[in-house]
Design a protein. Structure first.
Length: 410
């Protein structure tokens, strides 16, 4: 039984830590998911809580999993995973039945699960959670209470800092279709031989007060005694959907520039701001200045936004402003504003407002000089947290080996 409990503890700890980490890598993605749920349940007035709740949830998951697997404040961690399961299991059942949002976001954008898959995942996860919870009163501390609390709070601070760093510097790992190195046009292509979506279309006609449904094969096209009432189209089977399927850039007059931009063999720096009025004015102004600088170097520059045409007029400054769907912009960029460098449809670079290269970098790029492809801030950020992750991992291994070696000796 001790072996089963030990395996359950490791399994639960790893699942919760993984869930917390992938959300912390892309906290803005989790915030967007909270936004979607608030809108679906008509409680949009809670939208201001989307980002705080996203950070709180991933932190709670990671710390609970860390406590369970490391043995540091293990009793509190066991209570934490149980409370999270008691809250989210019935919630995911409701979401599976009502399906207000197709993807629950429980593993961020790293792994996509349907609402029913998420519910059954929680049912399976409940089994090891119950196993470790029923023996919670038999847990012996790994360290002194003071050292355990210091360690737990230290890990919490490191984790929250990691989460905030991903907000400032873009996700450390890009799980989205618009990652660096991707060719947008290729990712929009549907391969030959793949099945498209299959739909069933029915027509409702009425005659003598009686309504009847027909299909395309038997509807009364030539029978004038039937009067058309309505049409219904139902998706029978989901077909292949390319990774990028909603990329479109237009002028505010409705002219489609998508193909022109993707085929351009010159460097194009795109400043992406889903809503200009939601971005900090200083960050916008820095982007505008960079835009004018790169245009003087012979590169292309434009601002891509979902801001209304009337609101955009307030920002007109000689630069080009184009329109795109807000959801597409959220997928393209997790910062407001953020930047994407493309050439021949290839994504050559992505930066947040905090990691946008200096003008000298663009000058070197335009002149054909060799440039560093990785921003120094992002490299330092990644290095520090990889190091912190290794330290935490070895700490967990050390504590578990020591704990079970002591049990073996006794």
């Amino acid at each position: 039984m001790k072996t089963v409990q030990h395996i359950s503890r490791i399994f639960v700890g790893l699942v919760f830590m993984f869930s917390g980490i992938v959300k912390a890598i892309d906290p803005m993605g989790s915030a967007y998911k909270f936004h979607d749920y608030f809108m679906a349940f008509n409680i949009g007035w809670l939208d201001f809580l989307s980002l705080p709740l996203a950070i709180l949830l991933c932190t709670a998951e990671f710390i609970a999993g860390f406590a369970v697997i490391s043995g540091i404040r293990q009793k509190e961690g066991t209570w934490g995973v149980m409370l999270l399961m008691l809250f989210f299991t019935p919630l995911t059942l409701i979401l599976a039945i009502t399906n207000p949002v197709s993807d629950c976001g429980c593993f961020g954008d790293a792994i996509h699960l349907t609402n029913w898959q998420t519910f059954w995942k929680n049912i399976i996860l409940l089994i090891p959670v119950i196993i470790i919870f029923k023996d919670k009163n038999q847990i012996t501390p790994t360290l002194s209470a003071k050292k355990e609390w210091i360690t737990a709070w230290g890990v919490t601070i490191i984790f929250i800092t990691f989460c905030l760093g991903n907000l400032r510097n873009l996700p450390l790992i890009d799980f989205l279709p618009y990652k660096k190195g991707v060719n947008i046009a290729e990712q929009m292509t549907i391969p030959e031989g793949t099945e498209p979506d299959k739909y069933l279309t029915t027509f409702i006609y009425e005659r003598n007060g009686e309504q009847k449904e027909f299909t395309l094969e038997n509807y009364p096209a030539d029978d004038t005694t039937w009067v058309f009432v309505d049409q219904k189209t139902v998706l029978l089977k989901k077909g292949y959907e390319p990774p990028i399927h909603d990329f479109a850039i237009t002028t505010f007059d409705g002219i489609d520039l998508t193909n022109y931009i993707l085929a351009n063999d010159n460097y194009t720096l795109i400043m992406i701001s889903k809503k200009l009025n939601e971005a900090d004015s200083k960050k916008l102004n820095r982007g505008f200045e960079t835009g004018k600088f790169v245009e003087n170097l012979g590169m292309n520059f434009f601002v891509l936004t979902a801001t209304s045409s009337g609101e955009v007029q307030k920002y007109m400054n000689g630069l080009q402003f184009f329109a795109a769907d807000e959801t597409t912009l959220k997928t393209m960029m997790r910062a407001n504003p953020g930047y994407m460098l493309i050439r021949n449809g290839n994504i050559e670079g992505k930066w947040s407002w905090n990691t946008l290269p200096k003008n000298q970098w663009f000058k070197s790029l335009a002149s054909g000089e060799k440039t560093s492809s990785i921003n120094s801030k992002r490299t330092l950020f990644a290095g520090l947290y990889i190091l912190a992750g290794v330290v935490i991992l070895f700490r967990i291994l050390f504590l578990n080996v020591r704990k079970y070696s002591q049990k073996f000796k006794s």
